[in-house]
Design a protein around this ligand. Sequence first.
Ligand SMILES: Cc1cc2nc3c(=O)[nH]c(=O)nc-3n(C[C@H](O)[C@H](O)[C@H](O)COP(=O)(O)O)c2cc1C
Length: 340
Amino acid sequence: MPFETALTKALDLRVPVLAAPLGRGTNAEFLATMANSGSFGFTALMHMPEATVSDELAEINRVAKGRFGANLSLVVDQRKRLAAALEAGVRVFSLWQGDLEPYVRLIKDAGGLVFWTVGSPEDAARAKDIGVDFLVSQGREAGGHFVGSAPTMALLPSIVDAARGVPVVAAGGIADGRGLLAAMALGACGVWMGTRFVASRESASHRGYKERIVAARATDLVETELFDPVGQECPHWVIRNSTVSRWEDAGRPASGQRPGEGEAISRYPNGKPVYRYDVAAAWDSMEGDWEASPLYAGATVQLVHEVKPVAEIIGEIEATAQAALDQIAALRTGRQALSQ
Ligand SMILES: Cc1cc2nc3c(=O)[nH]c(=O)nc-3n(C[C@H](O)[C@H](O)[C@H](O)COP(=O)(O)O)c2cc1C
């Protein structure tokens, strides 16, 4: 099904679907597959040590042939990572949390494109003056950390209304073409999906984590601030795991008194320990108790029934969007009973 929106034009896409940055999950192979499937994905620079950002981006650039974006969480100073990314030739950026204006200026001066993830119409109203190119409306049912003040169905149109013409991409609660079409009906120019792509064959998320997403239902999700450093707390949705259960059983103590705090639960490929309550999601290359790391996921666990290749997920989005469009057309012409 062909789409032409502000998003497809800006990034030369066949399908207006973006893969959210997913910690270490959106690696070079994943991003290249997204690009080859007519869509586009983001890498999360926050999860790359400053010392290795340049080398890691060079590798992604080589594999994905430059067709990917970079995400910066502005809870910490990101000027070094931004400089390294601009130096590496990255020109599509996604920003969220923190003071974005100085970063937008640097990106625009380099001829780049800026996506800004927001959760309120008040922020959306500021985007045009700041020079943001696309807003990402993140509903509060989104997997992982969220800034949304309301679920997508109510938040998205309020952000579209407030955006003063800045195009809006919908994030949170979308996993197929029906969600894409619904988001477009609410004024979005495309969608930004996280949980669905964690459970893709190519994502570098741990295979056990992918299976947990497939097995989970919305009742398995927990809203918490457990996996953030003190002072940087932001609510996030995770699938209940052993770390969450242990903390709940201990009476939900404050940071500093949580069970197993400071305990190394696994190791990164470079040998560095992963500690209980660390922010990093379970990654395939972690060795040890991956299940104790945060299993970020949102309400779309209801819709994800299988780990699938990215190309298949994109194909299904196109097919289900077409089917939803046909269904609406049939309802409009009265060929189908309204009760169906
Ligand atoms: C494993 C995981 C990691 C995420 N990491 C980031 C991140 O580093 N930066 C960011 O802007 N959003 C991050 N998000 C949130 C996504 O950008 C997105 O808003 C969310 O996944 C959309 O909702 P959905 O999961 O219902 O598709 C993450 C989400 C998940 C599931």
